[in-house]
Design a protein around this ligand. Structure first.
Ligand code: NAP
Length: 322
């Protein structure tokens, strides 16, 4: 692919379009910084695009669908002049005063400041057959694929809010949903756990790890091992939804920015400042603890303000010496 350098040096480029990226875009656009959001191609809108009802984002007493919330955020950013590009960044050069970002279509963009809000990626079980049967019974997204498992028995792996959300959603289609969790208690919030535990279509297999997936062309069973007894058994399922959390998406920056022990981008205290001047980070990519849409949005707001201060400082050094 030929590369085309864009001559303009932008004030700020935001990489990622989840709640943190779009909030950073709203704030930097309102500060007249003319932000460019590289929203991603398939991942545009971030994790909430794969969610149904969002009931805990303030301001929506009846709840709102995840994709609608993200659509609103995009429109709000664009209303103030943010430019949104649905492409993927393939490379970033983040040191020096001017940062360069290469896109999958070959275009190169330059900016004085960058906000990295690349979110997190679904964690995998790491089993040999998981990838092979991905799209053939193994999925990471109930809202995307649940429909294909009408009247079937489906397993959901995990014990957090995501697993409960997936399990509850899948009850709309499935004959039965079996939640396989490696411990005897759920990590999910009480309200989500109680809903799942009370649901007549949901069964739980506790203290069990997944050790294998059966099936030639499509999933025909899930092999689990009880962690107390060591006993192995096969669950007759035709669908497997993996909901065991996320890992921060740092592939593009891990060799340039300092990371924390948890693998998130390290930032200075409560700020969004990374280890390189002019590079800021926001949302799930810096947060291994809270990881909520609202905390990501707040983090994007902080990053926008940090960028505003940074740009004001680098643009007025001459005045300071007068
Ligand atoms: P999470 O809270 O980190 O839970 C991950 C679950 O997967 C845990 O139960 C964990 O087991 C299990 N797990 C991790 N690695 C595993 C492996 N290799 N094999 C088997 N099981 C494994 O992740 P999450 O559920 O995706 O939630 C992430 C954040 O988003 C949380 O803060 C959550 O509250 C939030 N969230 C909120 C909502 C909502 O409010 N509607 C919906 C979705 C997510 P252990 O318990 O043993 O560690």
């Amino acid at each position: 692919m030929t590369s085309a350098q864009n001559d303009e040096i932008r004030d700020v480029i935001i990489v990622g379009s989840g709640p943190s990226g779009y909030t950073a875009a709203i704030y930097t656009a309102r500060a007249n910084l003319n932000p460019l959001v590289i929203a991603g191609s398939v991942t545009a809108g971030g994790e909430l695009m794969n969610t149904t009802d969002v009931e805990n984002f303030p301001g929506f007493p009846e709840g709102i669908m995840g994709p609608d919330l993200m659509d609103n955020m995009q429109k709000q950013a664009e209303r103030f002049g943010a430019e949104v590009l649905f492409d993927d960044v393939t490379e970033m050069q983040l040191d020096g005063e001017i940062k360069t970002l290469s896109l999958a279509d070959g275009t190169v963009y330059r900016a004085r400041a960058v906000i990295v809000s690349t979110g997190s990626a679904y964690r995998e079980l790491g089993l040999p057959d998981e990838k092979r049967l991905s799209g053939h019974g193994v999925s990471w997204c109930a809202t995307c694929d649940g429909f294909f498992f009408r009247d079937q028995t489906i397993a959901v792996i995990g014990g957090g809010d995501s697993a409960m959300e997936e399990a509850l959603f899948l009850t709309k289609f499935a004959a039965k949903v079996i939640v396989v969790h490696r411990r005897s208690e759920l990590r999910a919030s009480k309200i989500m756990a109680d809903r799942a535990l009370a649901h007549e279509k949901i069964e739980f297999v506790w203290d069990s790890e997944v050790i294998g997936i059966n099936g030639e062309d499509k999933v025909s069973g899930l092999v689990v091992k009880n962690r107390n007894s060591g006993e192995e058994s096969t669950l007759d399922v035709t669908g497997i939804f993996v909901a065991i959390g996320n890992d921060p998406r740092v592939g593009l920056v891990k060799d340039q920015l300092e990371l924390t022990a948890e693998g998130t981008i390290a930032v200075d205290g409560r700020s969004s400042r990374t280890s390189l001047p002019g590079v800021y980070a926001a949302g799930d990519v810096i947060d291994s603890t809270y990881r909520q849409a609202i905390t990501a949005a707040a983090s994007g707001c902080a990053a926008a303000q940090d960028v505003e201060h940074y740009l004001a400082n680098i643009k007025t050094p001459a005045k300071a010496s007068n």
